[in-house]
Design a protein around this ligand. Structure first.
Ligand SMILES: CCCCCCCCC[C@H](O)CC(=O)SCCNC(=O)CCNC(=O)[C@H](O)C(C)(C)COP(=O)(O)OP(=O)(O)OC[C@H]1O[C@@H](n2cnc3c(N)ncnc32)[C@H](O)[C@@H]1OP(=O)(O)O
Length: 725
């Protein structure tokens, strides 16, 4: 393969008269422009050759195709590649050359057929797959739409309702379901895939099997009136679930056009809309997130050293509280044998009970069988001492945030665990060097910071000190992958990356309400921005105990930029501690529904009188845009510090940390990507102005000041930064 080209296709013509065209573009045989243009020439050749009666399209190495090469969108967005004529691939190549050909084609699908991959197969006249095949149109989660005819062919093959479900949820179906839906014509073992597909293609030639053009099928489509109703409902749901995104509605436009005006007009609409969505900001954000998420496992100086992960056969967890039990659940779900240690029988029983409850909820929802439940629970053993730690490969400490307790635990671990054992802490804020102070095992001490609930939340913050060995990081990255988490490797400091970015967000919100802003308007503006909930609702959810413990760490470590609000401590004095006590910033009913509390005013006023601040008329009347700026620009400021200090190696890692750890909306691309979309100059000028009026909490850091003064992107690599990694 030419080093400048990205992938290719090869064609082999057999003695049976079948031309087999294989898509080759590792690792997932994505459809790059090179692959697509090669496919076109192979196809043209096959159609012109007298010795070819039929065509089979397949993918190399057990994968049909992971879809259009996503980096191609980036090239078009950046202007480094000229966009082909609208509809050139979907209409000229896939429809008019392939589907309308006078020789039949069959897709032989092993492994993946996603996005453009599935769309290409749907233009073939039959599809044969292996049992493990995954078939889906996940384009919407990338901010694009199925653009190779998927909006037209899928409803015609599986019906409108199922097509909408597959497209709107981006979830793939397995081969058997695909077969029962009519998407797949036959499911056969891998070893028989190609021979069956060849025979099927020849059977079509001989008219022993039907020659079906998906685009022309109508039997699965509902009557027009019904279709309009279904689409109207889908639009309503989409508006509710994705209010800040245009592309899902644009995708529905293409679907509807095809149903109302016919598939050809539908294809044209799809091509037009498909081209428009590429330049949407939300699409740029989502594509950035796709690559950034995969980039977190590439850690310079660690994953480029040829180290292989060691096998972790057994893990011990200390502490069976909410975090410890969640971590244990995540591990046993991925088949790791786990020992859960507690200080007494009562706590141990409660910890094991929590794990059981986590799994039982899956059984109730039907996602886990009773047998699987029993088998998974059998991997968990309880313990009250360290004797059973003698053969563990990794320990994760998950006790309360108390430095001396953690120090004692790590000193004990050093005595009982084998020399190679990884000693991890799930601390969310405490400096790991302090935790390991009483040991000589600095090279195997690492942070494994999970987010609550640990068996559900996707992020794993892997924290390393200056002493943590590269091998330990490689091992933990591998565990993270096996338990299906997205790991982000960060340096050691108070709060690491996620909590350091999180803290200014709640602090800014406290500051604003003390100066007169309405907390419920802040929550509403932040939710509209795309966060799962506003800062006050969040404080209620995590509980004031945790909020105060975290704040204490920040006040101690970053006093110059911590806003000391008394609102939460004052409420706690009155036994209001958030949702758990049914009273916090909101009042909660039996169904945990939150409603504003008029009494909140009294705590805000008292806190204001303690801090000595005044109501600021400007802050009373903030617009939603101003609320977002005043709550999130301090987050950007802290993210800049984290980046400049080398706590994160890449700005993209902070984007993923913010999305998966804070709930920052993915379609905004993450905190640094979003900041760059606004511009460093503007952010700097706003923070600078606020810091002059309201104090150092808003003061831009040196990194932001430097980049802001030049208008330079904040996510550009930090040169000569003193990396802590
Ligand atoms: C306007 C004119 C432009 C032309 C018209 C365009 C019309 C577009 C038509 C089409 O409808 C659009 C699409 O097809 S969009 C793509 C749809 N496909 C997907 O969304 C699938 C994305 N990939 C995945 O979900 C997963 O990668 C996977 C395929 C399920 C595999 O998962 P696994 O965990 O095994 O591996 P990963 O670590 O995720 O990926 C491995 C490496 O492969 C890279 N990669 C995966 N998919 C693609 C892809 N479609 N394009 C480019 N690269 C891909 C991924 O980045 C990883 O790379 P590394 O370098 O990190 O190893």
């Amino acid at each position: 393969m030419d080093s400048r080209t990205k992938g290719k296709t090869v064609m082999e013509v057999g003695g049976d008269g079948v031309a087999v065209i294989t898509l080759i573009n590792p690792p997932v045989n994505s459809l790059s422009f090179d692959v697509l243009y090669n496919l076109k020439s192979n196809y043209e050749e096959a159609l012109s050759r007298n010795d070819v009666k039929a065509i089979v399209i397949t993918g190399a190495k057990g994968k049909f195709s992971g879809g259009f090469d996503i980096s191609g969108f980036g090239e078009i967005q950046k202007g480094t590649r000229k966009e082909p004529k609208v509809g050139y691939i979907s209409i000229d190549i896939i429809t008019d050359l392939l589907e309308a050909a006078r020789k039949p084609s069959v897709a032989a699908i092993d492994g993946l057929a996603l996005g453009g991959g599935l769309e290409l197969s749907m233009a073939c006249h039959a599809r044969i797959s292996t049992p493990g095949a995954q078939l889906g149109l996940p384009e919407l989660q990338l901010g694009v739409i199925p653009g190779f005819g998927g909006t037209q062919r899928l409803p015609r093959l599986v019906g409108l309702t199922k097509a909408l479900e597959m497209i709107l949820t981006s979830k793939p179906v397995r081969a058997e379901e695909g077969h029962s839906l009519g998407l797949i014509d036959a499911v056969v073992p891998s070893a028989e895939l190609l021979t069956t597909a060849r025979r099927w293609a020849l059977d079509i030639v001989e008219r022993r099997k039907p020659w079906i053009s998906s685009l022309l099928k109508t039997d699965k489509l509902p009557p027009l009136g019904e279709a309009r109703e279904i689409l109207k409902f889908a639009r309503g749901q989409t508006r509710k679930q994705a209010p800040n995104m245009k592309h899902p509605l644009m995708c529905l436009d293409a679907l509807e056009t095809g149903i109302v005006s016919g598939p050809r007009v539908g294809l044209e609409k799809e091509a037009e809309v498909g081209s428009q969505v590429i330049s949407l900001d939300t699409t740029k954000g989502l594509i950035h997130v796709f690559f950034s998420q995969r980039g977190t496992v590439k850690v310079p100086g660690v994953t480029d050293r040829g180290l292989m992960p060691r096998k972790i056969k057994k893990v011990a967890i200390i502490g069976g509280g909410l975090m410890g039990s969640g971590i244990a659940t995540a591990l046993i779900l991925s088949s790791y044998p786990v020992i859960l240690k507690e200080v007494n029988e009562k706590f141990l029983e409660a910890g094991i009970g929590r794990v059981k409850a986590n799994l039982q909820s899956r059984v109730r929802k039907g996602s886990m069988s009773k047998e699987k439940f029993e088998k998974t629970m059998s991997l968990l053993k309880g313990s009250l001492d360290y004797e059973s730690f003698r053969d563990v490969d990794m320990v994760i400490e998950a006790v309360i945030e108390n430095i001396s307790l953690k120090q004692q635990i790590f000193a004990d671990l050093e005595k009982y665990c084998p020399q190679h054992c990884i000693l991890a802490s799930n601390t969310s804020t405490i400096d790991l060097n302090k935790i390991g102070e009483r040991t000589k095992s600095q090279d195997r001490i690492v942070g494994a910071h999970f987010f609550s609930p640990a068996h559900v939340m996707p992020l794993l913050e892997i924290v390393r000190t200056n002493h943590t060995s590269a091998q330990v990081i490689v091992d933990l990255l591998d565990v993270g992958k096996k338990i299906k988490k997205t790991p982000v490797v960060v340096g050691n400091c108070t709060g690491f990356a996620v909590n350091r970015m999180f803290f200014p967000y709640t602090q800014a919100a406290m500051f604003l309400v003390e100066r007169g802003a309405d907390p419920y308007l802040i929550d509403s503006a932040v939710s509209k921005f795309g966060m799962p909930m506003g800062p006050f609702r969040l404080c209620d959810l995590v509980g004031f105990g945790v909020a105060i413990a975290t704040a204490t760490q920040f006040i101690e470590n970053f006093p110059e930029r911590t806003y000391k609000s008394m609102i939460i401590p004052l409420m706690q004095e009155d036994k209001r501690a958030g949702e758990a006590t049914r009273k916090g910033f909101y009042l909660y009913d039996d169904k945990r529904k939150a409603k504003p509390d008029p009494e909140l005013k009294k705590y805000i006023e008292k806190a204001r009188s303690i801090s000595g601040g005044n109501v600021d008329p400007k802050l009373v009347k903030l617009s939603e845009k101003e609320i977002i700026e005043m709550t999130f620009f301090p987050v950007v400021n802290e993210a800049c510090r984290v980046f400049a200090e080398g706590i994160a190696v890449k700005a993209a890692d902070l984007d993923i940390a913010a999305i998966m750890g804070m709930g920052f909306p993915p379609y905004r691309g993450g905190i640094m990507f979003w900041a760059d979309s606004i511009g460093s100059k503007y952010i700097y000028s706003r923070l600078d102005e606020w810091s002059k009026t309201y104090g150092d909490f808003f003061k831009p850091c040196a990194f932001l000041a430097e980049r802001g003064s030049k208008g330079a992107p904040l996510s550009a690599p930090v040169e000569q930064a003193r990396s802590r990694l």
